[in-house]
Design a protein around this ligand. Structure first.
Ligand SMILES: [Mn+2]
Length: 348
């Protein structure tokens, strides 16, 4: 029993169901996201439940699932394999295919694990969220949503510093850098991919965006900069949201934000969205008439723990927990859930 946000919700009763995925073996630069879910859970306990932007989404019940020992073990084995692969690379020796197989099999098992979970949640008409871990973990949920919304399809609002459109990365088929490549090449029900905050990519990824015939719209950070500096980002939000169809899946890599909000994330990049900007964008989505059907929050990462520091630096997780709570609230508002609205603030 994990009382996320200190809400005592039984598994059955909670409308919002969160699956923690403590896995970060495909992180290419700096590990730590595997500890994200635990850190967010700890930080969530000091989030006030009456949120200024979304009111009290806790009313519908929010349940965090158990941490899967299987996933933790897969991550440990995969991290060892990744370590051997990188060591071999540094020594100029050839890495063993067996080590790549360990990682690829682990992510395949993760995909199936998340998919099976998500199918159950969607069948019960509850609201699914995957809490990463690195950005390889939500595949199974996106796949399950594709089956759920097969006829009308859905779009993905993808907040990230990176395109994640790499065709495998470092030899890993389901790398955190490949999630959207795999989505756009293997899930036709995803009618639209709208990316926001992108500022790190390679030419191949740019070619995929350009060659997508409008299926992918990328709001590069450079293009947002002008609006931000002019103070007109608010006016841009409806234009961003307008690119999306009725059903929207929100895939949120925390590194899409300004790295001062996520200093310990695996691959931080200067620039990105401010806290106010991401809230404005999510609010615009929630009030647009479109419906948020599923979500993931990935790459939140606490810093390495120092033994003499009981808590460590909780800033990344603090921001992550607050973002998560607001994401839940905006999803409920988009679904027009009775009683979920921002509190009425006295005028001044
Ligand atoms: Mn990223």
């Amino acid at each position: 029993m994990h009382d996320i946000f200190d809400i005592p919700s039984s598994e059955q009763n909670a409308f919002v169901q969160i699956l923690p995925m403590p896995f970060d073996a495909t992180t290419s630069y700096r590990p730590g996201a595997a500890k994200g879910p635990q850190a967010v859970l700890a930080a969530s306990r000091q989030v006030d439940l009456c949120d200024v932007d979304v009111g009290s989404p806790d009313k519908v019940g929010i349940h965090l699932d158990d941490f899967s020992e299987e996933v933790i073990e897969r991550n440990n084995q995969s991290r060892l394999a990744v370590h051997r692969i990188r060591e071999a690379k540094e020594n100029g020796s050839s890495s063993q295919q067996a080590d790549f197989d360990i990682v690829n099999e682990a992510t395949q098992k993760n995909n199936l694990f998340v998919y099976d979970w998500a199918k159950e949640i969607l069948k019960k008409k509850q609201f699914p969220i995957v809490l990463g871990g690195d950005h390889s973990v939500p595949w199974g949920l996106i796949k399950a949503c594709a089956e759920q919304y097969g006829n009308e399809g859905f779009g993905i609002l993808h907040i990230d510093a990176h395109c994640d459109l790499r065709n495998a990365y470092e030899g890993f088929e389901d790398s955190h850098a490949s999630i959207m490549y795999n989505v756009q090449s293997k899930i036709p029900q995803v009618k639209k991919l709208t990316q926001v905050g992108i500022r790190d990519f390679c030419e191949e990824e740019l070619d995929i965006v350009k060659g997508s015939n409008g299926r992918i719209t990328t709001f590069f950070d450079k293009q947002l900069r002008q609006f931000k500096l002019e103070g007109s980002f608010l006016k841009l939000c409806p234009q961003i949201i307008h690119t999306l169809p009725k059903n929207v899946y929100l895939s949120f890599d925390i590194d899409g934000l300004d790295p001062t909000l996520c200093p310990n994330t695996g691959t931080p990049v200067p620039g990105g969205l401010s806290f106010d900007e991401i809230i404005a964008l999510m609010e615009c989505l929630a009030l647009s008439g479109k419906i948020i059907v599923g979500m993931d929050l990935c790459e939140v990462s606490p810093p390495p723990h120092t033994p003499d520091d009981e808590w460590g630096d909780t800033w990344d997780a603090n921001v992550g927990a607050r973002i998560l709570y607001k994401m839940i609230g905006f999803a409920l508002i988009s679904q027009k859930t009775p009683g979920i609205q921002p509190p009425h603030l006295p005028a001044w």
